[in-house]
Each structure stands twice: as C-alpha cells, then as structure tokens.
Write a protein that binds this ligand. Structure first.
Ligand SMILES: *Cc1c(COP(=O)(O)O)cnc(C)c1O
Length: 435
C-alpha cells in the first residue's frame, strides 16, 4: 500500500519547494492527532513546525472537525458576490472585534499570498480613488517573505527564492530589517540604520509611496528573524508622516504565534491593512483575509464600478473555511490557550538559555511560541548544506523539524506537551553536539 502510494506519488505528484531530482521520497502520512503525525510505515513524527505554520490546536481537533462537518451538511459553498452567509459574517465580526481600532472591513480570499496581493492592490487603488495616483511605490524589508504570487514575490524579492522570475517583478524599495537576538548589543544601532534607510528612500520620492509592507516582529521564511516592538512603532510613525499605508503581513504571526492574538498587539501598533491566513482555520482549510480600516474601505464607495475593488476568487469566504475559523478562534481566545502560549514561551526561554554557550549555536531568539537559533561553523542562508543533514537527523528521531538553511526553529502547535517540547530541545542539543 505504502509502496504503491510512493510509486504513484513519484509518477503523478509535483511537490512544492522540492528538488525531486535529489529529495528522498516523501513520507506517507495516514492520520494525525494532536501534535503527532502517523506515517503509513508505522513511524510517528512530532509536528514541531505546525505543518508549515498552519496548525494551532493539534491535528484533527474534534471541535474544528465537528464544526466543518456540521457546516458541510448545511451549506458547503455559495457565490460571495450578491450573496452572503452566516459563517462569513460571524467570522468577520469577531475578527473586527479582536483586531485593533479601525480594522473593521474583512476581505476574504484563500491563501496568504493572495491576502498580500489584495493588500498591495487595495493600497494602490485607495490612493488612485483619493486622487493621488502618483502614490505607486512600496517599501518592503530585506529578507521579507510575502508569498509566491507575482505581487507578493515583488515585495519579497530579496528573500532569494525568486531568481527564475525576477524579470516579472515590479520594483519595490527595500530597507534593512533590524534582526536581533538575545544579548545583541547592536540592536539599537541596527534599528537606527534601518529607519535612516527608510527615511532616505522617502526623501528621494516624497509623496509617491502607496504603502509599507512588513512581517511584524518575526520574518518567518527568511529564518525566524526577530525585530523589537519599538522598531515597528518608529516605522509606523514614518509611514504616518509620509502618508503611506502601513501593511502588516501577519499571515504567520497571527492567531497567537507571538503570544497575544496578533503581533500588532504585542508591538502596540495599529496598521491600516492586515493580512491573515495560515492559522486562521486552525490548519484545516485554505482561508485568508485582508482586513482594512474603515477609511480605506470608504474610499472605494461611490457610483462608479471602477471605484470598487474588482477582485475576487471562486472560493471567496468558503463557508467550511469560515466555520473552521470560528471554531479555531474560540480555542485561540480561550484563557487556557493564552496561558499555554505563555508556558511555551517560558519553556523555550529556559531551554534556549542552556544552549547559550554552545560553540555551534548563535543568535538565540524567542518570540512567543517561536524559538530559533543559527547553527554556526558552516555556510549560512537557505541553501546551507547543514540544512538537509539536520532535517534527516531530526526525522530519524521522529521529529518533524525543517531547518531554514542553517536556522533551526521550533514553531509547535499550542497543544504540544512540555515533555514533547523538552524532547525536541534535547534532540536539537544532540544535533549541535554531533554535527
Ligand atoms: C506563508 C506566508 C505567506 C504566503 O502564504 P501562502 O498561504 O503560502 O500563500 C505570506 N506571508 C507570510 C509572512 C508567510 O509566512
């Protein structure tokens, strides 16, 4: 059975982010529960990356599974222009309640890249609708990753994944991201340099910026690079002075990853647009939202169809996804889940301290439920040779960990047990000793 599946997979399935010429055959997963994945060959993997950062409360969580099943028996999908439905309205209402200030208008789509495309498109048209069509420029940050569609790639061009399509991308201005870590004495200087770079970009083209886009507090794909909240507050100030919209890409940081429900809350910053996906459905179904302030939304009102936001997808606001979103949000907002996120952060902090003096570990960092370190003594970057070796080491020991180049990180579902987390840290320690 397993060998059949593997053979057919090789024949007919094209996997993402994979060089099939060298990659080992993918592992067939049959079922999963909590933080554990059960492979068809009997192996069990502890999912410490929340299956690419989407799962929050564990696999096959009964409350979310039930909500989806009940919704599927009632209304599975309906066109979302001219029509609406209860799960979409309720989820939008609850998100608007949880999000800060004027973030009240929820635009649905179905993946993180698209949520970003929507934000970039909204920003441009917002200014056009306001009679400021000269505002066409965007500022983004080095190392930022915003997804794989063309606009999202343009805003993430410096991440280095997109060489094959560079000719397609539109120009975006990039400023340094002041990545920092425990005990980093250069943090303030890096922040100042980044802010100075933003100011210099603004000075060169005053009044021409549509928006700034940033992953707040943690740049995920470029290696769990963390910045301090004060930097985001200073950046928000610069955006306001220029008059540009501030777009927070919280596709990864949303729904409790950094502790509070949203990273913007931890940073104390209210963006004009926020992009949410990954954890939004608890990891069950593809869903995303771009939430805009009332002011942005209202600039699209009028009598002209041209003034409206002419964008949509076949599965916009899919009722099953929204039902999953509501069930997952109940869990995320519960007192026990909040407490658990704090406990995970505390455990990370305790364990990462134990690696502080290790000769192969540097740049130790924790932000909420995310912990990361750089493995030193070899290449760095996404293609670092140590990455695949570490991954194999972890797989052999039943851990699903997927280093980003030489960066080892933990981003577990919130249901993970202390014992399981301690085991993960033990194995990371062993990997550092053995390699
Ligand atoms: C994953 C990610 C995206 C893209 O989301 P997809 O659902 O994979 O398209 C965008 N921004 C950030 C910050 C992400 O982590």
């Amino acid at each position: 059975m397993t060998t059949d599946l593997s053979a057919q997979d090789r024949r007919h399935v094209w996997h993402p982010f994979t060089q099939a010429g060298t990659a080992p055959p993918p592992i067939v997963i049959e079922r999963a529960e909590g933080a554990r994945l059960h492979a068809a060959d009997g192996r069990v993997f502890l999912d410490l990356v929340s299956s690419w950062w989407v799962n929050l409360h564990g696999h096959a969580h009964p409350a979310i599974a039930e909500a989806i099943a009940a919704q599927a028996r009632k209304l599975e999908q309906v066109i979302f222009a001219d029509f609406t439905h209860e799960p979409a309205v309720r989820l939008a209402t609850r998100l608007a309640e949880e999000l800060p200030g004027a973030l009240n208008k929820v635009f649905y789509s179905d993946n993180g890249s698209t949520a970003v495309e929507v934000a970039l498109k909204m920003a441009l048209q917002y200014w056009d609708n306001k009679g400021q069509g000269q505002r066409t420029r965007y500022i983004a940050f080095e190392g930022g990753y915003h997804g794989d569609t063309v606009g999202a790639m343009s805003a993430g061009a410096s991440s280095g994944y997109f060489r094959a399509w560079e000719r397609l991308l539109f120009p975006v201005h990039f400023a340094p991201f002041p990545a920092t870590w425990d005990g980093d004495e250069e943090a303030a200087a890096k922040e100042q340099a980044a802010l100075d770079a933003v100011k210099a970009i603004l000075r060169a083209h005053p009044g021409e910026f549509a928006g700034f886009i940033i992953e707040p507090l943690v740049q995920g794909a470029s290696g769990m690079r963390i910045c301090r909240p004060g930097f985001l507050r200073a950046l928000a100030e610069l955006a306001r002075e220029e008059g540009a919209l501030l777009i927070f890409d919280e596709v990864m940081t949303g729904f409790g990853r950094t502790g509070p429900t949203f990273a913007c809350q931890r940073a104390g910053v209210e963006p004009d647009l926020i992009c949410l996906s990954k954890g939004i459905s608890g990891g069950f179904l593809p869903l995303s939202v771009t939430v805009a302030s009332d002011e942005i939304h209202d600039a699209f009102l009028g009598r002209d169809l041209d003034r409206a936001f002419l964008h949509g997808h076949s599965y916009t606001a899919n009722p099953l996804g929204c039902a999953a979103g509501l069930a997952s949000l109940d869990l995320t907002l519960s007192e026990s889940c909040r407490r658990r996120r704090q406990e995970i952060e505390d455990l990370h902090r305790g364990r990462i301290k134990g690696l502080a003096g290790h000769g192969r570990a540097s740049r130790l960092r924790v932000m909420g439920t995310i912990a990361a370190l750089d493995v030193t003594g070899g290449e760095s970057g996404y293609a670092a040779a140590v990455g695949p070796k570490l991954k194999a080491f972890f797989h052999e020991r039943g851990l699903l960990l997927r280093p980003l180049g030489n960066v080892v990180y933990l981003l577990p579902p919130y249901c993970v047990s202390d014992d399981d987390l301690h085991r993960a840290w033990d194995v990371i320690g062993q990997a550092l000793d053995d390699l």
